[in-house]
Structures are given as C-alpha cells and as structure tokens.
Design a protein around this ligand. Structure first.
Ligand code: NAD
Ligand code: ZN
Length: 373
C-alpha cells in the first residue's frame, strides 16, 4: 500500500499477543528500540514488555508526549539516545503511543542513520485508525503544525483495541469522530453500524471496537494506497478538516481535541452541502445525528469573521486563497475541491450550536429545505 512496498496492519483484540512476539523477535531482537512516553508506558508498558523481553522492554526511550514537545529537539534527543544504546543500521524503532509518539518516533526512524525499520504500536483510537497508517511522520515548528516531516511507512502496524482500555474517555470519543468520518466518506455499512451500536461502542465493547477499527484502517489503507502523496483521492480524508483545522487554530489548539474540531467541521460541511443541494436532507440529518450521539462537543466560541476567513485562506487545502471544501454527496460518497460562498460559510459557522441542539433533541435540522430527502 505504499511506494516503498506494502506493509501489514494487524488489527484484532489480542493482536499484540499474537503479532507482537513475532515482530519483536524477528531478526535481531536485541536491536529493537522502543520509543514511548512515560504516561503511555505506565498504562501499556507491561503488556508490551511481556512481548519484548530483554533490553528493549526494560529500557524504553521515553519522552513527554505533549503536543508542545512534538518538535525537532525531541527527535534529536531520541537519535542521541539511540546512538548511546548502540542502535545500528539494522535497528528497529518500535513506536508505542498515540499520534504524537508515532509521528515523532516515526520521523526519528526515517532520519536516524538515513532510515531504520519502523514498527507502530498505536495506543489511542486516533493513532489506530489514522496516524499510524498512511506513512506520514513529522514534527511541529513554532510557525505551525507538522511543518517538517517525511513519508515513511512502517514495516508493521499492530493495532490492538485492548490497549485502548485505559484511554481517557474524552480522547476516546475524539477518535470516534474520525471513525464516523470514514463511514461518511466511504463506508455506508460502517456508518449504519455506528448508528445502531453507538452505545456499545461508547462502552468500548471489544468485538465492536475491533470491527470499527479494522473497517476504518481498511478505508485509510485503500485511499492512501491509491494516492499516497495527496494529489487527489486522499483529499476525501479531509472531510471535516477544512473548518476543523481552522477552529483548532483560531482557539490556539487549546479548546478542542483534534477529533472534536473535526466533529464540528463535518457538521458544517454537511449543512453547507445540504444548502447547496449537494447532499440529500436525510443524509445530512444522519451525519449530524450520529455526531451528536457521541456526546456533547465543546462549544464553538465566537470567532471574528475576518480571523476565520484568513485562517481558512491560509489552510494547506486552499489554493491561492481559494478555500476548497470536501463535501459528502451521500453517505459513503464524497466530492472534493468544492468552493463555497463566504456568506454561507459564515452563516453556517454561526448556526452550529443551534444545529447541534436540534440534533440532540431529535428535532429536524434547522434551515433544512422540505422535499429533499
Ligand atoms: N501522521 C498522521 O497521519 C496523523 C494523523 C492524525 C493525527 N496525527 C497527529 O497525532 C497527534 C494526536 O494524536 P492522538 O490523538 O493519538 O493524541 P496523543 O498522542 O496526544 O495522545 C493523547 C493522550 O493520551 C495518552 N495516551 C495514549 N495512549 C494511551 C493509553 N492507551 N492509555 C492512556 N493514555 C494514553 C497520551 O499520553 C496523551 O496524553 C497530533 O500531533 C496529530 O498531528 C498524525
Ligand atoms: Zn484528522
């Protein structure tokens, strides 16, 4: 699924027990180097170390995985610790953690001695369905997020839903918005499953979790396999991200978790698609209702229109100041590169709280036209 060869993604409850030993023992196990964070290691270290006996499990390289530490200084520190630990060109870096650990350790693996083997063991829902799959690694600069990085696919991804048991509930729910995204853009069956079983998914039922994670990974793998470097199809993965990224940036990355901002972004894109007659009413209603069923989202604060507009125009997805949106066409089908009149963007963002209130109370969508379902 990538230009540098295909790689396996192992996802199922118990995947770590089955695949972990295989991967970590393959070849020279003394040459495996775990990179993780103190918090992740506290929760998941014992399970991983049991599969990785010897030095790697006993002496993981740990760094503080706050987003503010996702920077080049951390990569340098990891590289220096790898040198000290004797990692050579045949070493394997095993990233154990959420997206921050995966992105940083992945970039360290991509650049250490010009590239060593990388294994991803994602421990958040976001990392399992998104960041560990697809080969993007990188770090932030003071000027912005993910500005330095490399496409560097791992050799193996081991996504074990059991590792999510200790994830704080807000982080878990945040990942569910990305799962909803996969259903909305490419998988009506996944979408309907989430509609039927949201309460057991919210309880982290392990069979349900295994199913939705592997469906999500399959979609990401297929899309990325067809368009590794984001020329075309990969843009459908940005559904909800145009406004989502703008909300994150406008609030200094402090108010919303990423998935929460994407939840609002998907509501906005769906409502704009509805207003522009690009999405049937029933499909817009189902998308908004499913997002609402995950629970309350942090409120969208009042953002001055000029600020929002300038952030949107500066987004990676905009071309020469033209903001291009990803719209659902119906559940499971997506279009991208859509221009939206600024008036509609502004009006939609202003009405987001009202739309969500209505969806949570089970009423019909405000502003919805009649006779289009
Ligand atoms: N490379 C990509 O394609 C890609 C895609 C999406 C997101 N990202 C990046 O991923 C990062 C966000 O990742 P995230 O949402 O996984 O959050 P995260 O890595 O910040 O982890 C969230 C919190 O959960 C903790 N944690 C992780 N696993 C745990 C577990 N099993 N039990 C208890 N606590 C646990 C972490 O220590 C952290 O405090 C961002 O930097 C984003 O840019 C990258
Ligand atoms: Zn995302």
């Amino acid at each position: 699924m990538s230009s540098s060869g295909s790689y396996a993604v192992v996802c199922a409850p118990g995947a770590l027990a089955r695949a972990g030993a295989l991967v970590l023992h393959r070849g020279d196990s003394a040459n495996a180097f775990i990179v993780s964070s103190p918090r992740v290691w506290r929760h998941c270290g014992r399970a991983i170390a049991a599969k990785c006996p010897g030095r790697a499990g006993r002496h993981p390289i740990l760094f503080d995985d706050r987003e503010s530490r996702k920077n080049l200084a951390t990569v340098e520190s990891i590289a220096r610790q790898l040198i000290k630990a004797g990692a050579d060109r045949h070493a394997t870096v095993v990233a154990v953690g959420g997206g921050v650990v995966g992105d940083v350790a992945g970039f360290a693996a991509a650049t250490y001695l010009r590239g060593v083997r990388l294994v991803q063991i994602p421990t958040t829902l976001v990392a399992q369905v998104d960041s560990a799959v697809g080969g993007k690694t990188g770090v932030n600069l003071p000027e912005g997020k993910n500005l330095v990085g490399a496409f560097y696919p791992p050799k193996v991804v081991i996504a074990d839903p059991a590792l999510l048991a200790t994830l704080p509930h807000r982080e878990y729910r945040s990942g569910l918005y990305e799962v909803i995204k996969y259903g909305a853009i490419a998988d009506p069956e996944l979408f309907a499953f989430l509609e039927r079983r949201m309460s057991s998914v919210l309880r982290r039922d392990s069979a349900d979790l295994g199913w939705i994670i592997s469906r999500s990974i399959a979609i990401k793998a297929r899309v990325v396999g067809e368009d590794e470097r984001e020329g075309g199809l990969r843009q459908i993965l940005n559904f909800g991200h145009t406004l989502g990224h703008a909300l994150e940036a406008a609030t200094g990355y402090r108010l919303f978790l990423h998935g929460e901002a994407i939840g609002w972004g998907m509501v906005a894109a769906s409502m704009m698609a509805l207003s522009m007659d690009r999405l049937p009413l029933m499909d817009a209603f189902r998308i908004v209702r499913l997002i609402a069923s995950v629970g309350p989202l942090p409120k969208v604060p009042a953002i001055p229109a000029a600020k929002l507009r300038s952030i949107l125009a500066g987004d990676k997805k905009s071309r020469g100041g033209r903001v291009l949106w990803v719209f659902p066409r119906k559940i499971g089908k997506t279009v991208w590169g859509v221009e939206v009149p600024w008036r509609l963007v502004e009006k939609t963002v202003r009405s987001l709280p009202e739309i969500m209130n209505e969806a949570q109370s089970g009423a019909k969508l405000p502003g919805a036209k009649r006779g289009k379902s």
